[in-house]
Design a protein around this ligand. Sequence first.
Ligand code: NAD
Ligand code: ZN
Ligand code: ZN
Length: 340
Amino acid sequence: MKAAVVRAFGEPLVIEERPDPEPGPGQIRVRLEASGLCHTDIHAARGDWPVRPSPPFVPGHEGVGLVEALGDGVTHLTLGQRVAMPWLGWACGRCEHCLSGWETLCEEQINTGYGCDGGYAEKMLARADFAQPVPDGIDPLDAAPLTCAGVTTYKALKVAAVRPGQLVAVSGVGGLGHLAVQYAKIAGATVAAIDVTDDKLDLAEGLGADLVIDARKEDPGEVLKRHGGAHAAIALAVNEEAFSSAYSGLRRGGKLVMVALPAHGTIPVPIFGTVLNGTSVIGSIVGTRQDLAEVFGLHAAGRTRVIRETRPLASVNDSIEDALAGRIKARIVFDLRQGS
Ligand code: NAD
Ligand code: ZN
Ligand code: ZN
């Protein structure tokens, strides 16, 4: 099987031929059909964050495919069943976080494409209990971006406790943001979408954003304030200034939900304003298996649209450059089906 491998941080990925991995107890082997390129994979390949993966590794946590082999003890999945392999590759199931519905905070978790090999490959292993069944009728090329971009933004809106009629700012309309706009609309919010490319601003409008803000031309914080301030701002742009600007556009009692992860990112949070205005700054990390089931359910019901372009895995290095330069539709999905 072929896999795109990070051999050293900051170096181009290398397409390698590898033997098919054998599933151990509790694991499955999946023949991948589709795999999305999340900006997190770029951070992983560059070693951007304080906790780094160990090269060589195969990135990718938006893999979707068909179960090809079952390890010992796996009884709830069947051969040929379609599953998705999200960032949360495994969690302990015993700690306070796992037991209270916050498995995404488990300190023992293993992350797909980071702590174990991921979906930039024709085949991969997964823990059966964390491979999410994909409902019939969802195109695997759509299921892939939903597996991270979808679940992460769906969860971020839950964390913000968005209610109908509230003003929600979505800062960054990329892979994550184009789905955030849609979940915010589903939640009944008025949506302000912020980006720095014409294509993404047009896309946001097409997806139902009520207000689009071009951060190259206007300060998003000021525009949001002119509209009364945001009840919630979802920070998805890989840019510290965009976080600060979104924070400054909150109304009293508003919440900044931090999702993007710029390398070494920090923002100054003014204590006086935060106290007097009763604002919150909250981190939000992916979503649980239940959140992903809900995301798939919404898509199967025709409530969301995944905007994507498909490419072969061999284009991985050019695709990363194009994603960084903003030269892509919302998400790149590698089409891994045989013969494609
Ligand atoms: P992306 O590159 O597809 O999207 C980023 C968008 O931000 C682009 O549309 C870009 O034009 C826009 N942008 C850039 N500068 C901007 C600015 N100053 N103001 C407004 N918009 C701006 O990336 P993505 O795949 O959507 O991921 C976004 C970030 O979220 C990454 O840092 C990724 O690692 C992180 N992420 C976090 C989680 C989590 O659980 N917290 C999960 C997935 C991804
Ligand atoms: Zn745990
Ligand atoms: Zn991701």
